[in-house]
Design a protein around this ligand. Structure first.
Ligand SMILES: [Zn+2]
Length: 291
């Protein structure tokens, strides 16, 4: 019995305008639930989820991801939405409270599925993402390009196509192969998180063609993930930190609700307590009987 948290950066629920929303243009199956009048899907639960957390201004990644991973209202604690990288005060909120820490402390096997490059691991950059800090503070191992080559990790783009940008070369894999790989990893752990942020990048770039391509790749990836899991025993949660991609009329984040999508065992029960992105970690911990 495993829980997979598929974190997709910058994906909100927007109006169904194909002029501004790539979700209205992309060919989608599982992700058609992101449209404004979705066809019902008895296998999935969608909770439109507040990412603003009562704090004025546009929601941002560092506070959003801390809220998601630690189940706290990070922008309220910090007094503002904080963009980009983890700060000292956000790291303090993650300490001992992140999903990684909580699952590990309860004796569960938690892992971050993303692969890090040798250059990154040799000298950790001064500015780190929330997920990197959460992984490190929980004492979890960073997955490497050796893991990636063995099929036991995923690059952030999940196909390896962007790996050469960092100066590394591995054969590309299809979104479906990547999804099968993540499902295998998730089935071997109590809690697995995977982070994908090309969605946020495409939103900032206001690039409609790229956004549609990213959504269609994500659709194939997600479909393979769900086909590879045992949904009578496992729970898959797709969550985001703030809106962005769903409104390409702006290159900034949005205050739109974000989708929380749940598939598998206990999905409806886990969804029942979710109103904001800070409710997702507690829902996962309750599902795992850690809370
Ligand atoms: Zn962003």
């Amino acid at each position: 019995m495993g829980v997979l948290l598929l974190f997709v950066d910058g994906l909100g629920l927007g109006a169904g305008d194909p002029g501004t929303n790539p979700v209205a243009r992309a060919r989608l199956g599982r992700l058609r639930l992101l449209r404004d009048r979705p066809a019902p899907d008895p296998a999935a639960v969608l909770i439109p989820t507040d990412a603003c957390l009562g704090v004025p201004g546009l929601p941002q990644s560092a506070t959003g991801q801390t809220s998601l991973l630690a189940g706290v209202n990070a922008p309220a604690a910090a007094g503002r939405h904080i963009n980009g990288y983890c700060t000292k005060s956000l790291a303090a909120l993650l300490d001992g409270r992140s999903l990684f820490s909580r699952v590990k402390a309860a004796g569960g096997d938690a892992t971050f599925a993303n692969a890090y490059t040798p250059a990154f691991l040799a000298k950790l950059p001064r500015f780190l993402s929330v997920s990197t800090v959460a992984t490190s503070r929980a004492g979890l191992r960073f997955r490497t390009l050796d893991d990636l080559a063995r099929g036991e990790a995923l690059f952030h783009d999940f196909t390896n196509r962007l790996l050469p940008e960092r100066g590394y070369f591995l054969p590309p894999i299809t979104p479906r192969e990547a999804g099968e790989r993540l499902a295998r990893l998730a089935r071997a752990h109590a809690f697995t998180m995977y982070e994908h942020f090309l969605t946020d990048r495409a939103g900032h770039a206001k690039d409609m063609a790229r956004a549609v391509e990213i959504l269609e790749d994500l659709e194939a990836f997600l479909d393979a993930v769900l086909s590879g899991m045992d949904l009578s025993a496992d729970l898959v949660v797709l969550a985001s930190d703030h809106g962005n991609l769903e409104d390409l009329s702006t290159n900034r984040h949005t205050r739109n609700p974000v989708p929380t999508l749940l598939w598998g065992t206990g999905a409806a029960r886990a969804a029942a307590g979710i109103e904001t992105i800070a409710d997702i970690a507690p829902a996962i911990l309750r599902h795992l009987a850690v809370l």
